[in-house]
Design a binder for this molecule. Sequence first.
Ligand code: GLY
Length: 254
Amino acid sequence: MFIALTRGVPPSIDRCELTHVSREPIDFARAIEQHGAYERALVRLGCRVEHLPELPDLPDSVFVEDAAVVFDEVAVIARPGAESRRAEVPSVVDALSAYRDVRFIDGPATLDGGDVLVDRRRVYIGASARTNADAARQLAALLSRFGYTVIAIPVRGCLHLKSAVTLAAPETLVLNPDLVEPAAFDGVQLIHVDPSEPMAANVLQVGDMTLCATAYPRTRARLEAHGIRVEALDATEVAKAEGALTCCSIILRA
Ligand code: GLY
């Protein structure tokens, strides 16, 4: 059983932060509909969805993943690299305090949860515009007592590490080799995105199922060819806000 923390799409989402995509109009009603379908998919996959308080004036507040990284032993509270996003964090601290000991990344370090990819006892942390080396050092210090190894990974041409690579199945990563160096992921099975779908690397594995965006059928076929069970969801509106499937939840073992 998992708990999935989510937060509703704010009406201000069209004023979100953007780094590598051009601003396009976001269909708010469609974004709400797609977010509802995402939450229903999480329930089908065994999550109890817990809604965080709405933050209508914080344009990126639907992207809860960036506020914390949760392990079985501890929750590490992030310090988002975009100052406009720091007010999203306190309600995530409140929610996670019920389930885990919480530890904090201290300023001036910055860390977005979207830059942290956990695969068993390996924790990959993106060196991105949002997450810096000081945060990687702090994360390594917080996690070493639990036996995790933290590995810094340079990211290019995209917002977060998890824009470039995510866990598709146990010990199996899906990645775009133009955005992150495959050799950094030693000893793990790698599936490359279809070259015509450069943003397809963000998938969300929950239990024995992996959610991917319907916009990327060729990459989905690659995952299925590796025996991965996939369910596709529309995520067109969060994609315009430079978000994707992992961004919209924090999933923890209950
Ligand atoms: N719009 C997503 C982010 O910049 O964090």
